[in-house]
Design a protein around this ligand. Structure first.
Ligand code: NAD
Length: 464
């Protein structure tokens, strides 16, 4: 996977005029720490667990990147994902270096108590090597982990670093009640929606592909209904997209009329599967089948390498929005581009998560909820303006209008607004590079990211 990421890097680097040594340094993974630690299982036996933490680039600190719990993960994958984090952070102007962590476990085979012991011991191993901390390296959720694991991490870290006033900033994606920020859980999926919306609103791009601009009525397929896929599907459906197929581990379901996401989720919760959902036109036990459906938009949001040389010729989507990291291999990507498919790349599309993680980290370092100081003040100012307008015009607003117009932003509104701003500005930067250099969006994204990391090296110099 790292070689795939580097292929994209090299394609973009060919458009840039930096010294080859500098480009090699940007591309290299600075360090990978491999750990093996014991887990005492519930039956008393001891198992050796394999884990990694890769810090791809320390041109900015802290480094940042999720922790993945997955059965097949290895050093190459962690390094590749850490590299994507470096480029992603640069792209959306989040001031972190890139990192990634992983534990090789199939979480379905462990009890909650065992998963807690794995998470805490993994955190301890990082702590012992100075590889976690608010100014050092800040993990987050990724495939197979969520707010619960982040709460265990912060508790372990705060216990070990007793008295460290910024301890809450050692990890992001925490529950809101444990120092998390409102809007983080849905942020990656919301960002995927903004990315798709920006792409579909680009009239020139849509005209070139004979696609009517806008999301309304577009047929959309989503693979993976976890954190990213579920929220992406939710916001896409709310925005007017029609979910014509969904896929999870157990298979794919199809309905040209559109699937009701919440009802599918309820059905899966009740039966353990999306298959058998009533009213669908067909289903398949193959989770890859949904990818091949004829649709306007495909959102792979499960795992990497799901569109490869093997199935690329059967992919019919006109736009692919990469919710997951690395869902398309480099060779398959070239074929799709050759056919005129618009690929909105992962390092931009799923950057909403790290963007809001950045907001959470800032909140933790400031020790205060966003909006707490100014919300009431702002609302009273708005009330005074309304009263002035009423006085001058002799008109009167209804109580509902008063409430709507004078309402000031709380934490969630501020976070969502910051996320939207980030996704819109980043897309505009990408489009400008794409037009100027006549490249695809992924190459534009890499050109943008490499340029920003290179600037950091050039301005700060190489130590020593
Ligand atoms: P998750 O564990 O919450 O969800 C993944 C979902 O995919 C699960 O429901 C799983 O059952 C399903 N799945 C697994 N294999 C599948 C298959 N072959 N077909 C269909 N479904 C399958 O993980 P997540 O956090 O949503 O991450 C998904 C992807 O998004 C990963 O590539 C991750 O690196 C990336 N990502 C996540 C975040 C984040 O904030 N969580 C941020 C950026 C990128």
């Amino acid at each position: 996977m790292f070689a795939q990421v580097n292929k994209y890097f090299d394609k973009a680097a060919a458009h840039l005029d930096y010294p080859p040594g500098l480009l090699s340094q940007i591309k290299a993974c600075n360090s990978v720490y491999r750990m093996q630690f014991p887990l005492k299982r519930d039956d008393g036996t001891i198992e050796v667990i394999n884990g990694w933490r890769a810090q791809h680039s320390v041109h900015r600190l802290p480094t940042k990147g999720g922790i993945r719990f997955a059965p097949q993960v290895d050093e190459d994958e962690v390094s590749a994902l850490a590299a994507l984090m470096t480029y992603k952070c640069a792209l959306v102007d989040v001031p972190f270096g890139g990192a990634k962590g992983a534990v090789r476990v199939d979480r379905s085979k462990y009890s909650d108590g065992e998963l807690e012991r794995i998470t805490r011991r993994y955190t301890y191993e990082l702590f012992a090597k100075n590889l976690i901390g608010p100014g050092m390296d800040v993990p987050a959720p990724d495939y197979g982990t969520g707010p619960r694991e982040m709460a265990w991490i912060v508790d372990t870290y705060a216990t070990l670093a007793r008295g460290e006033i910024d301890a809450l900033g050692c990890v992001t994606g925490k529950p809101v009640t444990q120092g998390g920020v409102r809007g983080r859980a849905e942020s990656t999926g919301r960002g995927v929606y903004f990315a798709l919306r920006e792409a579909l609103n680009d009239k020139e791009d849509m005209k070139a592909r004979k696609i009517r601009p806008g999301l309304d009525g577009k047929s959309v397929v989503v693979q993976g209904l976890g954190n990213v896929g579920y929220h992406a599907a939710k916001f896409i459906q709310e925005g007017g997209g029609v979910l014509v197929a969904l896929s999870e581990r157990e298979g794919s379901i199809f309905s040209e009329k559109g699937l009701d996401l919440e009802k599918v989720m309820e059905h899966r919760k009740a039966t353990g599967s999306i298959l058998g959902f009533p009213g669908i036109s067909r289903s398949s036990p193959n989770n890859g089948d949904a990818l091949e459906m004829d649709c306007d938009v495909l959102v792979p949001a499960a795992l990497e390498n799901v569109i490869t040389e093997e199935n690329v010729d059967r992919i019919k989507a006109r736009i692919i929005v990469e919710g997951a990291n690395g869902p398309i291999t480099a060779d398959a990507s070239e074929k799709l581009l050759g056919r005129g498919v618009l690929i909105v790349p992962d390092i931009y599309t799923n950057a909403g998560g790290v963007t809001v993680s950045y907001f959470e980290w800032v909140k933790n370092l400031s020790h205060m909820r966003f909006g707490r100081m100014e919300k009431r003040f702002q609302e009273r100012s708005n009330e005074r303006i309304l009263a002035g307008v009423e006085h001058l015009t002799g008109l009167h607003f209804t109580p509902e209008e008063h409430e709507r117009v004078s309402a000031a932003a709380g934490e969630e509104e501020l976070v969502n607004s910051g996320l939207e701003e980030t996704m819109i500005s980043a897309y505009r930067e990408l489009r400008a590079i794409q037009k100027e250099r006549s490249v695809d969006l992924r190459t534009a994204a890499f050109i943008n990211a490499i340029g920003k990391v290179a600037m950091a090296y050039q301005q700060r110099g190489i130590f020593p």
